[in-house]
Design a protein around this ligand. Structure first.
Ligand code: ACM
Length: 267
C-alpha cells in the first residue's frame, strides 16, 4: 500500500482557503492512506479560546470532515487529518479518520502542548485502532496519535499493543526533536509511522511559533522511507507492506512486544 503525507502551510483563521489549498495535493496524492497535519484547516496558534471556538466544528458533521469525505470518495484513499472539534461546551484538538464510505472515527489528542492547554480539553478516550482497507480492499490496522503525543512513548506503544500496523501522526511540530525520534518509535514498536507536519510561522499577537516541517514516513526497521524539507509545502509518499509490521519479532530470540516486562515497569 502507498502512504502519503501532505505538508501544508495554512493561514490562521482562513479555513476555506486552507481547505482549497490542500485540495490539489490530496486529489493528486495517489495513495491508500493520506495524512494531513494537525489543525490543518484552521491554523494553530490561536489568540484566544474565543478564536479557537469560532474555528471549531463538530465531527463528523462539520465542513472539514465533509470536505475530507468528498476527497476520500474521489480518490479511494483513507484520510487522517486534524481539526478543532466542538463537542458541547468543550473543544478538542482532534483528528478524524475518513474513508470513501464515510467517517470512521475521531481521536482526541491526549497530550496537549503549550498554550493548547488553555483552549482544549485533553482527550479521554485513549488510543484507538481502526481496521481499514487499501484501494485493493486489503485490510490493515490504523492507529492515530497527534503531534506532542510522540513525546510520550506510551502513546505509540499503546497503539502497537492495540494492534496498529501503521500510525498516522498529524502534527504541528515546533520542537526540533520529533523527526529524529520517529524512526525509533517505529523500530521499538514494529510499526510504520506517517508524520504529516506543517511549515511556516504563526503569531498569536504576543509570540510567534515556527513549525519545523520534515514530515516523514518511517518503517519498523527504523528506515526513513520518505521525508520533506523543513520549509516547503510538499507531498511525500512511500510504498509499505503492513505485513512487515505484523511480525514483531526482532530476531529469532526477541519479540518487541512479547519481551516487555510490565510487571517491572512503573505506570
Ligand atoms: C504540538 O503538539 N503541536 C507541538
Amino acid at each position: 500500500m502507498t502512504i502519503s503525507c501532505i505538508q501544508t502551510h495554512p493561514t490562521l483563521g482562513e479555513t476555506e482557503d486552507n481547505l482549497d489549498g490542500a485540495e490539489e495535493a490530496v486529489l493528486g496524492a495517489d495513495a491508500d492512506l493520506v495524512v494531513l497535519p494537525e489543525l490543518f484547516a484552521s491554523g494553530y496558534f490561536f489568540e484566544s479560546t474565543e478564536q479557537a471556538r469560532q474555528l471549531a466544528e463538530p465531527a463528523p458533521d462539520g465542513p472539514t470532515t465533509r470536505r475530507l469525505h468528498a476527497w476520500a470518495r474521489a480518490t479511494g484513499a483513507t484520510l487522517v487529518a486534524g481539526l478543532v472539534e466542538r463537542a458541547g461546551d468543550e473543544l478538542f484538538n482532534s483528528a478524524v479518520v475518513v474513508a470513501p464510505n464515510g467517517w470512521l472515527g475521531t481521536y482526541r489528542k491526549t497530550h496537549l502542548y503549550y498554550q493548547e492547554t488553555l483552549h482544549f480539553s485533553p482527550g479521554r478516550d485513549g488510543f484507538q485502532v481502526w481496521t481499514v482497507t487499501d484501494r485493493r480492499r486489503r485490510p490493515y490496522r490504523l492507529g492515530v496519535m497527534v503531534c506532542f503525543d510522540w513525546f510520550f512513548p506510551e502513546s505509540a506503544r499503546t497503539l502497537a499493543l492495540n494492534g496498529a500496523d501503521v500510525i498516522a501522526h498529524p502534527s504541528n511540530l515546533v520542537l526540533p526533536h520529533c523527526p529524529a525520534a520517529m524512526p525509533t518509535r517505529a523500530l521499538e514498536n514494529g510499526v510504520f509511522t506517517a508524520t504529516a507536519n506543517r511549515v511556516g510561522t504563526e503569531s498569536n499577537g504576543d509570540e510567534s511559533l515556527t513549525f519545523v516541517g520534515q514530515s516523514r514516513i518511517c518503517s519498523p526497521r527504523a528506515e526513513v522511507l520518505a521525508e520533506a524539507t523543513a520549509v516547503d509545502p510538499m507531498t511525500i509518499r512511500a510504498e509499505v507492506d503492513p505485513h512487515q509490521a505484523r511480525d514483531r519479532a526482532l530476531n529469532l530470540y526477541n519479540d518487541r512486544l512479547g519481551d516487555r516486562r510490565p510487571d517491572l515497569y512503573t505506570a
